[in-house]
Design a protein around this ligand. Structure first.
Ligand SMILES: *[C@@H]1O[C@H](CO)[C@@H](O)[C@H](O)[C@H]1NC(C)=O
Ligand SMILES: *[C@@H]1O[C@H](CO)[C@@H](O)[C@H](O)[C@H]1NC(C)=O
Ligand SMILES: *[C@@H]1O[C@H](CO)[C@@H](O)[C@H](O)[C@H]1NC(C)=O
Ligand SMILES: *[C@@H]1O[C@H](CO)[C@@H](O)[C@H](O)[C@H]1NC(C)=O
Ligand SMILES: *[C@@H]1O[C@H](CO)[C@@H](O)[C@H](O)[C@H]1NC(C)=O
Ligand SMILES: *[C@@H]1O[C@H](CO)[C@@H](O)[C@H](O)[C@H]1NC(C)=O
Length: 415
């Protein structure tokens, strides 16, 4: 039975004091030539007390009082999931892939404290992490910049902001990962991890002339696309090669939706849950002219980003969250009718809803990405989903025959 407890008692948080001054070396492949990433996504900490929840969960039948205890209970369960995943997988890096917090419910004075609860299991294990922010990480009472500042009080955080400007969002940056035999972790990286901010939600502490909150666009801005292209070109020039890369962005692009609706997901070739149909994507709800008056379904603003992804040799996979009921990977290698951008064999993957906050009751878990130096030469990576039950599902090799190879289908399990 749920009893009211203080937040401090719920989370035995490691002390910031003991972490300060500690330094984390650049990311490197392990001596055995592997580098494993655990993706935690859609954690949605801080669900509580807000009438917006009634809109977010229209089918739920709770009283207002029940909501007050519901939020903190979900956070306790989410911490359990994080602990189970990390115990089973011991990754080299954790990626927090957006919607860390449900900002709609935030109180101005303490909207970022949930960061400490989220990262406590990581800090306890001496793990480091890197984040992208999602559409729920911005609201009237929650600012992305404040989340970044809160994360970066911990030396374990590698989250950065490399592009400035109101339209850029915050979490646009890259991290180099050095080879196992690169003693000094210098010179050419073996792999690059790119993080993009697909924004969304509402601007912090802004109201329009009618007193309504102001919506923030929900796609990767062109200023960021330009930064990506320029920065990657500089790296190619500097190191005389295209460096194999992985991309993390909270909201998937229209390519994922077009794949789902026009090509279809095969349960044995692209194993995963495919329940969010039609899936939500960047540019959704916006018009091409940038207005947002609920008259448009999709404004096409993510075309520049999609084009940059397929035009950048080295990008192996793009990992998104946002659609809690989709967990597949698809190798996009065709021109889908209606689209202007043609896939080049890039893998578009969803993860698994990790948090107990947010919509949906699909079993919680976390996508794992295992990069092996010997396979990276052929642009091949392995991936699977570790569930809170301890089971592993959807274990596949994203190699040249992914999409043709046959795998066991993933059961559509609800918790
Ligand atoms: C909600 O719960 C109340 C009390 O248990 C019940 O009377 C009512 O029928 C429920 N409504 C729905 C839509 O399930
Ligand atoms: C913002 O936070 C203040 C202070 O806690 C609170 O009174 C207010 O209701 C919050 N506003 C929204 C829109 O959540
Ligand atoms: C945040 O502040 C609100 C209002 O003061 C309080 O009810 C809530 O318990 C606080 N949450 C946390 C996590 O400290
Ligand atoms: C459009 O703007 C309104 C008002 O700011 C907001 O409620 C709505 O969620 C926005 N739509 C999108 C897709 O962001
Ligand atoms: C977006 O995806 C839909 C399928 O869901 C497709 O019909 C449309 O052509 C795509 N639009 C663009 C601009 O790629
Ligand atoms: C890709 O991986 C699958 C699963 O391990 C394997 O069956 C298949 O032969 C591989 N394809 C190539 C070209 O190596």
């Amino acid at each position: 039975m749920w009893k009211p407890l203080t937040i401090a008692a719920l989370f035995a948080a490691p002390s910031l004091q003991s972490a300060v001054g500690k330094r984390f070396a650049p990311l490197k492949f392990s001596k055995d030539g592997t580098f494993q990433i655990s993706i935690l996504e859609d954690l949605h900490f801080g669900e509580s007390k807000s009438p917006t929840l009634f809109h977010e969960f229209p089918s739920a039948n709770f009283t207002k009082d029940a909501w007050d205890s519901w939020g903190p209970e979900q956070d306790v369960n989410s911490v359990k999931v994080i602990n189970e995943v990390l115990d089973a997988e011991s990754p080299d890096l954790v990626v927090l892939n957006g919607d860390l917090i449900t900002g709609e419910n935030a109180f101005l004075e303490n909207s970022t404290v949930y960061i400490d609860e989220i990262v406590a299991p990581l800090v306890d294990r001496g793990l480091t992490w890197a984040s992208t922010y999602g559409n729920h990480d911005s609201s009237y009472n929650l600012s992305r910049s404040a989340i970044l500042a809160r994360e970066n009080r911990w030396p374990n955080s590698r989250t950065k902001q490399m592009v400035s400007g109101r339209n850029a969002g915050v979490t646009n940056y890259y991290l180099p990962v050095y080879g196992s035999s690169n003693e000094k972790a210098s010179g050419a990286p073996e792999m690059l991890l790119w993080f993009f901010d697909s924004r969304g939600g509402d601007y912090y502490q802004e109201l329009d002339s009618s007193g309504n909150e102001v919506a923030q666009p929900n796609w990767v801005d062109e200023s960021v696309v330009n930064w990506f292209e320029t920065t990657n070109a500089e790296l190619v020039k500097k190191y005389h090669k295209n460096i194999p890369s992985l991309v993390f962005v909270h909201i998937p692009t229209n390519a994922s939706q077009a794949i789902q609706t026009e090509l279809g997901i095969n349960a044995h070739k692209e194993p995963g849950i495919n329940d969010d149909y039609v899936l939500a994507q960047q540019g959704e709800g916006w018009c091409a002219d940038g207005s947002n008056d609920s008259s448009c379904v999709y404004g096409g603003q993510d075309v520049a980003f999609m084009k940059a992804l397929v035009d950048t040799p080295g990008v192996i996979g793009v990992f998104s969250g946002h659609d809690h009921g989709d967990t597949w990977c698809y190798k996009w290698d065709t021109l889908i009718p209606g689209m202007s951008v043609k896939g080049n064999g890039i893998n578009l993957c969803f993860g698994q809803h990790t948090g107990y906050g947010g919509y949906g009751s699909w079993i919680r878990g976390s996508r794992q990405v295992l990069v092996t130096e010997s396979k990276l030469k052929d642009m091949v990576i392995d991936t699977w989903i570790r569930l809170e039950s301890g089971d592993v599902v959807g274990s596949v090799s994203l190699n040249s025959t992914y999409g043709e190879d046959t795998y066991p289908s993933t059961p559509d399990t609800l918790t």
